[in-house]
Design a protein around this ligand. Structure first.
Ligand code: HEC
Length: 360
């Protein structure tokens, strides 16, 4: 009964969140932007957005500017980040101060126009999901955006008796326009055994996105291979959805189906949803979030077999641009479960945005 009321309540919140309209689109004067780009930016960035290596001005730059005409690079950078960099200079997001801030030299409108123009320098970038939809990594909800990222995940499960410590290294690498391959190596230590227990590999692809509505949907297929030959391989398809609700909140959710190959009837569906509160636009900040998960076995006979958990957490951006960040969370079972509390720590490094040591 309690579960039922709870699911109705969660359902209502989710429905309410999904009906919120997206952010208003901003208009810009691209022709005015082009003129400014050619006058102010092209000396270093090249008229096409690709720095000309034979130009002595460019040769003297350290670091070299990235190629703004590369559709993967151009698409993955949120427009808002470019606003910050062009207004305040590279150092504002942990990049080099060789990228000069234009505040003072250009009006706010000029900056909006030149950034909008710079965004058009990579023809075909509209085939790539835009960086605006690269939302924060939650602890359990799967992300929809394809990443170039390495994540270390530690989890301590507190049981009556022994605690279990689980370490995961996850490597994600983008391929194609909208896809990502993923490899996870899972190590567990229960006090008696300390070993690699599982390897997971798979791929994820973005099925749909809408920049105006700030929404993104992805599908993935993962294969989990246990190192213990007595245990079954698992096939894990999932869907992941993300939506920015307004300028203060992001909602993300995922549905994973976990199917053991040896006994397909013994699988389960894992639903997860999370809301992050965006109280600031600083990247090096602490963002609170609340996550809820529900695990439903295939052979669920009554509501009580659904396992609910609540997972309050924080995301802590560590670098100026937030490309290295920490997640800390505590997971509480809301229904009968085999453990008392779980503590989560994730350390992520988005390596597309530069070295781990950049921008602290
Ligand atoms: C003096 C040379 C110079 C000028 C002029 C200049 N830039 Fe840059 N810009 C750079 C360099 C160098 C970087 C790379 C900084 C880094 O990667 O640490 C950069 C980085 C950037 C980035 C960030 C890309 C990223 O990595 O996210 C954007 C966007 C950008 N510039 C746009 C502009 C625009 C628009 C103008 C004109 C208003 C402009 N730049 C003028 C040198 C310049």
């Amino acid at each position: 009964m309690r579960n039922q009321q709870f699911s109705v309540c969660v359902g209502r919140i989710v429905a309410m969140l999904l009906l919120t309209p997206g952010l208003p689109a901003q208009s810009a004067d691209l022709e005015a932007g082009r003129k400014i780009f050619e006058e102010v930016c092209a000396a270093c960035h090249g008229t096409t957005g690709r720095p000309d290596p034979s130009n002595p001005v460019v040769q003297a730059l350290d670091p070299q500017p990235a190629d703004l005409s590369d559709p993967l690079f151009n698409s993955r950078e949120p427009t808002a980040d470019w606003h910050i960099v062009v207004t305040h200079g590279g150092q504002a997001l942990g990049l080099s101060a060789v990228m000069p801030g234009q505040q003072g030299a250009l009006s706010a409108e000029d900056i909006q126009n030149v950034v909008a123009y710079a965004k058009t320098l990579a023809p075909g970038s509209d085939k790539y999901p835009p960086g605006e939809l690269n939302f924060f990594l939650p602890v359990r909800t799967k992300k929809a955006f394809p990443e170039d990222e390495i994540v270390y995940k530690a989890r301590i499960t507190e049981r009556d008796g022994d605690n279990v410590w689980r370490n995961v290294i996850e490597i994600e690498k983008r391929f194609g326009k909208r896809s990502m391959g993923v490899l996870e190596i899972i190590h567990e230590d229960d006090g008696t055994d300390s070993e690699i227990t599982e390897v997971e590999a798979g791929a994820k692809t973005v099925l749909h996105w809408n920049l105006e509505r700030r929404s993104i949907l992805s599908g993935a297929l993962i294969v989990a291979i246990p190192t213990d030959s007595d245990e079954s391989e698992e096939i894990i398809p999932y869907l992941a959805y993300g939506k920015q609700l307004n300028d203060k909140a992001i909602f993300q959710s995922s549905a994973r189906v976990i199917v053991p190959v040896d006994d397909t009837g013994d699988g389960e569906v894992e639903l997860a949803g999370v809301v992050h509160y965006l109280w600031t636009d600083q990247r090096r900040a602490v963002y609170p979030a609340l996550e809820v998960t529900a695990t439903v076995p295939f052979d669920a006979e009554d509501e009580d077999t659904v396992q609910w958990t609540a997972l309050p957490q924080v995301r802590i951006g560590l670098t100026k641009g937030g490309h290295v960040a920490l997640n800390l969370g505590v997971e509480f079972p809301l229904s009968d479960q085999s453990y008392n509390t779980r503590y989560h720590l994730n350390l992520l490094w988005d390596f597309a945005d530069g070295s781990f040591f950049k921008g602290w």
